[in-house]
Design a protein around this ligand. Structure first.
Ligand SMILES: Cc1ncc(COP(=O)(O)O)c(C=O)c1O
Length: 375
């Protein structure tokens, strides 16, 4: 059994994917071109954003978002304690300081209360300048934008939505990748919308920000093209082949894959009710369940479930074993007395089960029975 079955998805979309790849090879235009332009238009339309700029991966997308906002030394970037290192790795690379915030105990996204506490602590200390919040829709579950947006407005902070795990999800009728000043996503193969290599995208409604992103993606190009370098940039582009692969995958995600993920989650939720803490999705929101994570009663019980499933050939994963504040790379970041109790508890008990839109009912039965047996 696969944890995420990309081969089953390929089998379902083979004709369209192979056709798209063949068209690119026949045209011989491998960088930029029609496929990339068509994909960007479709992605912008899907999310409801004015602009979509594709790039080489989700980490670059975040770096570009930080670069065009001039984030650097002396700046504080507020980030949830549960995420992948990419969320603030790029801002740290630019010289900024990562200020971690505890998570909400139900959604596992950034806690608005902890965020405001940390902002106030930074202001009180007076050493760093509060600049940006990176809101990560963790495991595909949208953040509480109703609470986060007013906090960003109140303190004049840039809101970066890290939607690497949440493409296709929505918050109260609005699609993820449409929140805040700028949003980013990843097309890493295992993501809800993944390509067959690395890829990423940036979304914004701001014309000026969009043209800065396009410049940074191509070595800081100026109005006269790629040899008119007006700022320090990157070489960060999505290949035409990846765009051709993503076009049919985006169609499938919109037409049925997101619904199928809901069906799998609903079955898991019903089966595990009362036995495990199942994912909580706020009313009016849709998670894409990039991961379906349950919390066991203790680390020992979590590890027992994982071991039992492994013995039966069922893969599981832990997303994530370590909160950001405990990673060696962030050992020197200030904590301002925050305890990160929810994040620590989450890491100690979380376990992700196989989840993807092609998980057959019989496979779901096997997983459910195995988990219940272990408990
Ligand atoms: C929350 C989050 N942000 C950013 C990234 C970075 O994406 P990429 O791997 O495409 O650089 C990831 C990918 O794992 C992620 O999960």
């Amino acid at each position: 059994m696969q944890f995420i079955d990309l081969k089953a998805q390929y089998a379902a979309l083979k004709a369209e994917i192979d056709g798209g790849i063949a068209r690119v090879l026949e045209k011989g235009q491998y960088i930029g071109g029609d496929e990339v332009a068509a994909l960007e238009e479709k992605l912008a339309g899907f999310t409801g954003r004015k602009h979509c700029i594709t790039c080489a991966n989700g980490t670059d997308a975040l770096q570009i978002a930080y670069m065009i906002n001039g984030i650097g030394k002396g700046d504080a970037v507020f980030c949830p304690d549960i995420t992948f290192v990419s969320s603030t790795e790029a801002s740290k690379l630019l010289g900024a300081t990562s200020v971690f915030c505890d998570i909400d105990p139900d959604t596992y996204d950034i806690s608005p209360e902890s965020l405001e506490r940390q902002i106030k602590a930074v202001i009180k200390e007076g050493r760093l300048r509060p600049r940006a919040v990176v809101a990560v829709d963790i495991l595909g579950n949208p953040c509480d934008y109703g609470a986060i947006l007013p906090i960003c407005e109140k303190y004049g902070l840039i809101l970066v939505e890290d939607a690497a795990q949440s493409f296709g999800a929505s918050y109260k009728g609005k699609k993820c990748c449409s929140f805040g000043d700028i949003s980013t996503t990843s097309f890493f193969p295992a993501k809800p919308l993944g390509c067959y290599g690395d890829g990423g995208a940036i979304f914004t409604d701001d014309d000026g920000a969009a043209s800065l992103c396009r410049s940074v993606c191509v070595h800081g190009k100026g109005p006269r093209g790629k040899y008119d370098n007006v700022r320090v940039g990157l070489n960060s582009r999505l290949d035409a082949l990846q765009a051709a692969i993503l076009i049919p995958k985006l169609r499938a995600l919109g037409e049925y894959e997101t619904d199928r993920r809901q069906d799998v989650a609903r079955r898991y939720n019903e089966a595990f009710a009362g036995a495990l803490k199942t994912p909580f999705v706020t009313d009016g929101c849709v998670s894409v369940y990039a991961q379906y994570a349950v919390l066991a009663d203790s680390t020992e019980k979590r590890d027992n479930i994982a071991a039992h499933l492994k013995a039966l050939g069922i893969p599981t994963m832990i997303y994530y074993p370590t909160p950001q504040h405990a990673l060696p790379v962030f050992a020197d970041e200030p904590r301002y007395g925050e305890t990160f109790a929810n994040a620590d508890d989450y890491c100690a008990r979380t376990l992700s089960l196989p989840m993807h839109p092609y998980l057959a009912p019989e496979e779901q039965d096997r997983i459910i029975n195995a988990v219940l047996e272990a408990i």
